[in-house]
Design a protein. Structure first.
Length: 240
């Protein structure tokens, strides 16, 4: 069933905004009597039926509410070294589908892309929209938060997760020795193209980070977070 996120808890009758109405009427070609699901990020899904529809306004009636069953038991936050081009967009989309809770873009020594403040804000808005669309498509109960770009030292200092895992091509412990089905929160650190410098690895370790490996193969920066998150979801019984 098609899903949309709104910024208020739906009760009784609901009127969608112009952008959402246009999406339903023009892109999805939905009709009066069709059902869709609304969510406001409170852990519940609201089943609704379309009462009226045109290109500027869609009116719905809430038929039922139920708990969302798509959210994983583990809350995972990704600290991603900012890569070149549009790779971060793909990372956000795929990790949202897999169940990430938050993504923090991190500027590291080897990050080539370094947008100015104005460009960074525009990018953040686009990244948040990508997360929204991916959350809707995959049936999530929340929209992952995409943080403002920040430097690694600041990001690490603000990370209050009890379990911090650094994935590093220099080796480390197998993930199955670090993660189990009872893990509730975890931070994931992935470097940009070229990976982390040794000083950055030392910084994360000094702040409680554990170095882990994803195997003998060296993964691209856009592949590593997807592989890591998939493995974590599997080890925490969130892929059954």
């Amino acid at each position: 069933m098609q899903k949309l996120f709104i910024d208020f808890e739906p009760k009784g009758k609901v009127i969608l905004n112009e952008e959402q109405s246009r999406h339903i009427s023009k892109s999805l070609r939905m009709k009066v009597g069709d059902m869709l699901t609304l969510s406001c990020g409170n852990g519940k899904d609201y089943g609704c039926i379309i009462d009226t529809i045109d290109s500027n306004s869609v009116t719905l009636s809430v038929c039922y509410e139920q708990a969302n069953n798509c959210e994983p038991t583990v809350k995972a936050k990704l600290y991603q070294g900012v890569p070149k081009g549009d790779k971060l967009e793909d990372i956000i989309q795929k990790c949202t589908e897999l169940g990430i809770t938050e993504i923090q873009p991190v500027l590291t020594h080897r990050s080539v892309s370094r947008p100015d403040s104005k460009s960074a804000k525009k990018k953040q808005a686009r990244y948040q929209k990508i997360a929204l669309e991916a959350a809707q498509q995959s049936g999530r109960g929340i929209i992952p938060t995409i943080g403002e770009m920040t430097d690694l030292k600041t990001a690490v200092s603000k990370d209050n997760s009890r379990l911090k895992i650094l994935f590093y091509e220099g080796g480390g412990s197998p993930l199955k020795e670090i993660i189990n089905k009872n893990t509730q929160t975890v931070s994931i650190y992935i470097g940009p193209e070229g990976g982390f410098e040794e000083s950055e690895v030392a910084l994360i370790k000094e702040n409680g980070g554990t170095v882990a490996t994803l195997g003998k193969r060296i993964l691209r920066t856009q592949t590593a977070p997807v592989a890591a998150l998939t493995a974590i979801m599997l080890l925490t019984d969130n892929m059954e």
